[in-house]
Design a protein around this ligand. Structure first.
Ligand code: NAD
Length: 496
């Protein structure tokens, strides 16, 4: 890896793509409007980005539809589409450092993780779906001998992906990977806080041979570009990742327009249960700390509610505090930094306000709680730990999306499960135990799309990811996600 100094030099010579990418070309917003793209590392304006609106969305949908109907991608032989996507994945890998730098500058995550988690994750996602393309078979139904019932998957058509800023490209890749593999044309709407990597990626896609109109990017605000995609009569699906509040808007948009397919990956409030029979409390403390402070807590599955069994409470909280001490915010461009900045000043202020709420609610602030590195002009908050939290408090119920841990004590398994499930969310739950029976029994009772046992971050591209309850509808990753971007056609042939 390069040094912080080298990354700073690379950053100063970067040229940013700041226009929409529609039909294979960069174009300004039809209105000519732009918005400033501000780095949370130091408050610097990186560039001004096209602020797309309905007219730009119309143009992108037209380009995506024309490409889809032409068959240039949707009807390409599976083995050729596979090769094109493998070339795309290889091209992304070739631009690993540049794309990671864009993520770091744009949203403040440490450069080390931007490379190893974000960009490497994008590459492996695109590769995985590319490799799947020519291995997925359709079906013949078990009809009687007088008929053949063929069940075939077809691409949906124009798929919009509306994504958040915490893993700007990776959240997109979990959607455009399978959507492209299935033969759809896509329109990506990155979050207004982090548009730069998606805009650059569009060009990389074109250079790798993804046909014009198949991969479009419309940067802009949610209430404009996002809403226009949601309400568009010729968008067949919106695959959304973001807050539960905005996810619900998309259900309304679909109802008010063309009943488009909607998949939602929304918020979470992960319970992380540590039982007293867990032998390796150091590993559990490391997992608990990383689980909540990684990516500055801006993670939908962040294990924000630490449920500790009462007899190990004191010892365990001390261990987690030590992990937090090693994760103090630093320069995101320094490869040694484990925690960077918040995505922007608004998010930092939101986190600070929740820290105040926690204190007012009577929780005990035992670590952190302050804004730091003010002299940089950036948005940095210390890893923060509350103890003596009651699960009914707002800091235990609401998604803070920052480095704030709420510690809750429980007596026994029954109480742990009750508290864990007492939330509107159900994205992930974690538990630490050395008792195999307990692991299985408790995992079954936790209402979450993913249950991690003796980990807070388990799972890979082979397993589905998504939420129970108000954490969403549908799943990303795995072949279940591939199916989401297809519709089933029955062709029933009568044999005489
Ligand atoms: P957000 O909901 O504010 O924004 C997400 C996207 O929706 C952005 O592109 C935004 O521009 C767009 N948007 C905002 N308002 C809109 C509107 N009125 N109409 C249409 N589009 C609109 O979320 P965020 O602040 O970018 O990200 C944080 C949220 O994302 C958290 O709640 C987090 O839990 C969630 N998230 C979930 C997952 C998951 O897989 N479940 C992953 C990452 C983040």
């Amino acid at each position: 890896m390069a040094t912080a100094e080298q990354y700073r030099n690379q950053a100063s010579s970067l040229s940013y793509r700041n226009q929409a990418f529609i039909g294979g070309k960069y174009v300004p917003a039809a209105s000519g409007e732009t918005f400033d793209c501000v780095s949370p590392i130091d408050g610097a304006v990186l560039t001004s980005v096209a602020s797309c609106d309905k007219e730009d969305v119309d143009a992108a949908v037209k380009a995506a539809r024309a490409a889809f109907e032409s068959g240039v991608w949707s009807e390409m032989d599976p083995r050729d589409r596979k090769q094109a996507l493998l070339r795309f994945a290889a091209a992304i890998a070739d631009h690993r450092e540049e794309l990671a730098l864009l993520e770091t500058l744009d949203m403040g995550k440490p450069i080390t993780f931007a490379q190893s988690v974000d960009i490497d994750g994008v590459v492996s996602t695109v590769q995985w779906y590319a490799e799947a393309i020519d291995k997925i078979y359709d079906e013949i139904a078990p009809t009687g001998r007088d008929a053949i019932g063929m069940i075939t998957r077809e691409p949906l058509g124009v798929v919009a992906t509306v994504v958040p800023w915490n893993f700007p490209l990776l959240m997109g890749a979990w959607k455009f990977g399978p959507a492209l593999a299935a033969g759809n044309s896509i329109i990506m709407k990155p979050a207004e806080q982090s548009p730069l990597s998606a805009l650059r990626l569009a060009e990389i896609a074109a250079e790798a041979g993804i046909p014009d109109g198949v991969f479009n990017v419309v940067p802009g605000f949610g209430e404009k570009a996002g809403q226009a995609l949601g309400l568009h009569m010729d968008v067949d699906m919106v695959a959304f990742t973001g807050s539960t509040e905005v996810g619900k808007y998309f259900l309304k948009y679909a109802a008010d327009s063309n009943m488009k397919h909607i998949s939602l990956e929304c918020g979470g409030k992960t319970p992380n249960i540590v039982f007293n029979d867990c032998k390796d409390l150091d590993a559990a403390a490391m997992g608990s700390g990383m689980g909540v402070f990684f990516n500055t807590g801006q993670v939908c599955v962040a294990s924000t509610r630490l449920l500790v069994q009462e007899d190990i409470h004191d010892e365990f909280v001390e261990k987690v505090k030590k992990v937090a001490e090693t994760m103090q915010p630093g320069d995101p461009l320094d490869p040694a930094t484990l925690m960077g900045s918040m995505v922007d000043v608004d998010q930092m202020e939101r986190v600070k306000s929740y820290i105040e709420i926690g204190e007012k609610e009577g929780a005990s602030l035992v670590q952190g709680g302050k804004q730091v590195r003010q002299n940089t002009g950036g948005a940095y908050v210390e890893p923060t730990i509350f103890d003596k939290v009651d699960n009914s408090m707002r800091i235990a119920q609401e998604e803070i999306f920052g480095p704030v841990l709420s510690t809750i004590t429980f007596r026994d398994e029954e109480e742990a499960v009750r508290i864990a499930n007492d939330t509107i969310y159900g994205l992930q739950a974690c538990l630490w135990t050395d008792d195999l029976n307990r692991a299985h029994k408790v995992a079954r009772r936790l209402k979450a799309g993913t249950v991690n046992v003796n980990d807070t971050d388990g799972g890979d591209i082979t397993v589905p990811f998504g939420g129970y309850k108000q954490s969403g509808i549908g799943r990303d990753k795995s072949l279940h996600a591939y199916d989401k971007y297809t519709q089933l056609k029955t062709t029933y042939i009568k044999l005489s």
